[in-house]
Design a protein around this ligand. Structure first.
Ligand code: C2E
Ligand code: CA
Ligand code: CA
Ligand code: CA
Length: 278
């Protein structure tokens, strides 16, 4: 037993060290990555649950790293947040997504473009100016842009965030609460927020069909949305049974691997022409 404990320790210690070094390396590389144009956006469609047609896309950032390959946000977003680089990266994502959205529009369909916004972006005094500049430069109408924020964003600087989001919403920009249900929420607090859309977190959607609490939480969110005249989007829909349950429960929209994984811009154009495969 003594030997095994020692072996485990010997194995674990260098692993931790390597991880810390890796994070340090990534932090250094991040600084050049924006300038060197190493980020790309992938786009995942949201669909109307009744018609299963595309209503919009969510922009999800990836890092096309010169040696490490295509990195998912999980590998670098928290590091970008810790170093403050998330502000610059977030600006890039916003502009790129607005330009992509204009390109995806057809004569008949104008999909919305949802962009994830970090807390550190909203606390910037010029956040509104950045959004307005991205809209003006790309030519995207404000009503086609959705800003996705998490509940934790609002707790950091509630008054400032609410004020800025209210200004943008007056311009026509839509606001979504991401991962809804996982943070602190109450009806009273929600009614004070300038919000249009609630995104039901995947952890609830995962077990809507299992008869576990996922179903009752999702039903409660949908009921709350209806009372407040908000749109509900279910995240992480993977199974036809989940889509059927959500449609029956009158959830407005869905997003998940069932319809499409996040795809590059060329494939997003294809989805606009051909529809989601299902
Ligand atoms: P999120 O905003 O909750 O985005 C949804 C995540 O769930 C995406 O992961 C997406 O690929 C994944 N997903 C969608 N449908 C399914 C499904 O059916 N099954 C499963 N298993 N997963 C599904 P991704 O692209 O790795 O992004 C992870 C997180 O990184 C995002 O979570 C978001 O919080 C953050 N993120 C991504 N892009 C940005 C960005 O530009 N700025 C900021 N601040 N955060 C970003
Ligand atoms: Ca999101
Ligand atoms: Ca989400
Ligand atoms: Ca989520």
């Amino acid at each position: 037993a003594k030997d095994r404990g020692k072996a485990t320790f010997a194995h674990y210690e260098p692993g931790l060290h390597a991880l810390a070094l890796e994070r340090l390396a990534i932090r250094g590389e991040l600084q050049h990555a924006i300038r060197d144009n190493e980020f790309v956006l992938h786009f995942q469609p949201t669909v109307d649950l009744r018609t299963e047609t595309i209503t919009g896309f969510e922009a999800l950032v990836r890092w096309q790293h010169p040696t490490r390959g295509l990195l998912a946000p999980q590998a670098f977003i928290s590091i970008a947040e810790q170093s403050g680089l998330i502000v610059e990266l977030g600006h890039w994502v916003l502009r790129e997504a607005c330009f992509a959205a204009v390109g995806l529009q057809t004569a008949l369909h104008q999909p919305t473009m949802s962009v994830n916004v970090a807390a550190q972006q909203i606390v910037q005094a010029d956040f509104v100016d950045w959004v307005v500049a991205a809209l003006e430069d790309s030519g995207l109408a404000p009503r086609h842009l959705v800003l996705e924020i998490t509940e934790s964003v609002l707790l950091d600087d509630m008054a400032g965030a609410v004020e800025r989001l209210a200004v943008l919403r007056d311009l026509g920009v839509h606001v979504a609460i991401d991962d809804f249900g996982t943070g602190y929420s109450s009806l009273a607090y929600l009614s004070r927020l300038p919000v249009d859309i609630l995104k039901v977190d995947k952890t609830f959607v995962d077990n809507v069909c299992d008869g576990r609490e996922g179903a009752s939480v999702t039903e409660a969110i949908i009921a709350m949305s209806r009372t407040m005249q908000l749109t509900t989007v279910a995240e992480g829909v993977e199974l036809p049974e989940q889509a059927a349950w959500l449609k029956e429960a009158a959830c407005t929209m869905g997003q998940g691997y069932l319809w499409s994984r996040p795809v590059d811009l060329a494939r997003a154009h294809h989805l606009m022409r051909a529809g989601v495969p299902r």
